[in-house]
Design a protein around this ligand. Structure first.
Ligand SMILES: [Ca+2]
Length: 535
């Protein structure tokens, strides 16, 4: 009897094992983890579903993700993307702090910090980098999104001034160089020095003369930039007056959050730019054009000078060597140079959110956790190894970017082949796992050689700050309207056709005083807490 029971038990155990095994095996082979992720993608970017990096991720994790798309316009028109039926996550969600928190506290998106046990890579980052952990928190201490972290040290200085060397040589050759500009042809090398008044005098010649010799004096654009753009804006031209300008007109000086617009030097800069505009040195297009308009217009070498963070994307190969770097302009009155520091963040918060509707949150988050590994991050950011973004063989353990894409430009290749989004490319990644693109290295060395040392004394970027729910709501009310008021007053002054008066500037500041003071007070309080938290 006893033997029989044992015999039956063994049989039952065996049977259970067989069933369990087959269930387990079935889960694995049929890849039970199937997810649908909405991503914001333009048509020119290749289908994520066939990108080698995503195929590799699927094999590696046994997770089957189906990508569906919104263009940025479609996405922007959707007031409640989290409410879209049938999706598990939104990639390139781009939610603001307030939106993340509002969706998070209502439980509509997932508090990712509660799933760290299935996210070894993300956990490691949060432990090693308290500043990142702090940056990602919402007012209730939860992390509601996966970040994009790309630390190259480039974003803080997004403007380098280039000048058309060939045109300057022509002014010298033809005896047209203004008498108060004392430069020789031997000065025309990367890192050349110019005072702001010398630069202005040269631009006036670029405007008056047929510099490219096509028989017309109207096709030359003396100075171009993309006003208010994240890169290649006019901030450092304004900074040359002795102000730590950036596109938000807001920075930190020695630990204090300040608006540049309240500084006398800012007003003097605006008044001067209004004169440059009326002289035709800056055209209205500088205030209306998009990045791609700017890039398209400059290709044939019609810009006398321009601000961008490198010249290769702005210029055709045939005219690229005609341009050289001008160091930040020297202020004629003080003999000094100044550049501001941008607030473009290397830690971006809202790269991806997981919806509460997702049935297997652990499964999807352990899939996304892989994105933080160096090889995946690199491929997500630049394109797959298999599609030729990197050399097939690593060198000294590092992935090496392939700079040669034949007829295709590096930017064009990357735009079509790289999904971007959730990545972790920090200093340790560049040191150990991924070689930087040669153009990124060139930008860094240009900044080191010609720009960084002129940083306005004590100026630093505003980091990712954490706000309370009340602060977020108040900022939401004040910040965007203040931003619009500044932008319209500023552009109106420069392009309005009359010289802005000190009185109009004072009136503008008085009208916005409440907003300015409120925003500064809340920014400062959050900045003080940030400093406390990371120390
Ligand atoms: Ca011409």
């Amino acid at each position: 009897m006893k033997k029989a029971i044992i015999g039956i038990s063994v049989a039952v155990i065996w049977l259970v094992c067989v069933i369990m095994f087959s269930v387990f095996a079935k889960q694995n082979t049929n890849s039970a983890n199937q997810f649908t992720v909405l991503t914001v993608k333009e048509d020119a970017v290749k289908d994520y579903n066939t990108m080698p990096v995503f195929q590799e991720l699927a094999e590696d994790t046994g997770t089957d993700v189906k990508w569906i798309y919104n263009t940025s316009t479609q996405y922007a028109n959707n007031t409640d993307p989290v409410g879209i039926k049938g999706i598990d996550a939104i990639y390139h969600a781009g939610f603001s702090n307030l939106k993340l928190y509002d969706y998070g506290r209502r439980g509509r998106i997932v508090a990712i910090d509660q799933y760290l046990s299935v996210m070894p890579n993300f956990s490691k980052i949060l432990t090693a980098r308290p500043d990142i952990a702090e940056a990602l928190k919402s007012p209730d201490g939860h992390i509601y999104s996966l970040p994009r972290i790309e630390e190259m040290g480039l974003k803080s200085y997004p403007n380098i001034l280039y000048i058309n060397k060939k045109w300057v040589e022509k002014l010298i050759d033809d005896g047209n160089m203004p008498t108060d500009v004392t430069i020789a042809k031997t000065d025309l090398v990367d890192g050349m020095d110019l005072t702001r008044n010398e630069f202005k005098a040269i631009l006036r010649k670029f405007n008056e003369l047929d510099m490219d010799g096509n028989g017309s004096t109207t096709n030359e654009v003396p100075l171009s930039f993309v006003s208010g753009n994240w890169q290649g804006n006019e901030s450092d031209l304004i900074a040359s007056f002795g102000i730590a300008e950036n596109r938000e007109h807001k920075t930190i000086i020695d630990g204090e959050v300040v608006f540049t617009i309240e500084d006398e030097n800012w007003f003097r800069a605006v008044r001067e730019l209004s004169e440059w505009y009326s002289l035709g040195l800056i055209r209205s297009s500088a205030f209306t054009q998009t990045e791609s308009d700017f890039l398209a217009r400059g290709q044939d070498g019609r810009y006398g000078a321009f601000y961008w963070w490198e010249k290769d994307t702005v210029l055709n190969k045939s005219v690229r060597n005609d341009y050289i770097i001008v160091k930040p302009l020297i202020n004629d009155e003080t003999g000094l140079r100044y550049v501001g520091v941008s607030n473009e963040l290397e830690i971006e918060k809202g790269a991806c959110v997981i919806l509460d509707a997702c049935e297997d949150k652990e499964g999807l988050l352990s899939y996304f956790d892989k994105f933080f590994e160096p090889d995946y991050s690199a491929q997500l950011n630049y394109g797959s190894i298999k599609s030729g973004a990197f050399l097939a063989q690593k060198v000294n353990g590092k992935l090496v970017p392939n700079d040669d894409h034949g007829e295709q430009s590096a930017d064009d290749f990357r735009m079509k082949n790289a999904p971007y989004g959730v990545v972790y490319l920090a200093k340790e990644t560049w040191d150990n796992y991924v070689e930087m693109e040669s153009r990124a290295k060139l930008r860094l060395s240009n900044l080191e050689n010609y720009v960084k040392e002129y940083t306005f004394a004590g100026a630093t970027s505003i980091p990712n700050l954490n706000y309370t729910r009340e602060e977020l709501t108040t900022l939401n009310t004040y910040e965007s309207s203040l931003g619009n008021n500044i932008a319209s007053w500023y552009a109106g002054c420069i392009t309005g056709g009359s010289t802005p008066t000190r009185e109009s500037w004072q009136n503008f500041l008085n009208t916005n005083k409440d907003s300015i003071d409120t925003v500064l007070r809340l920014n400062q309080a959050a900045y003080n807490r940030y400093i406390e938290a990371i120390n």
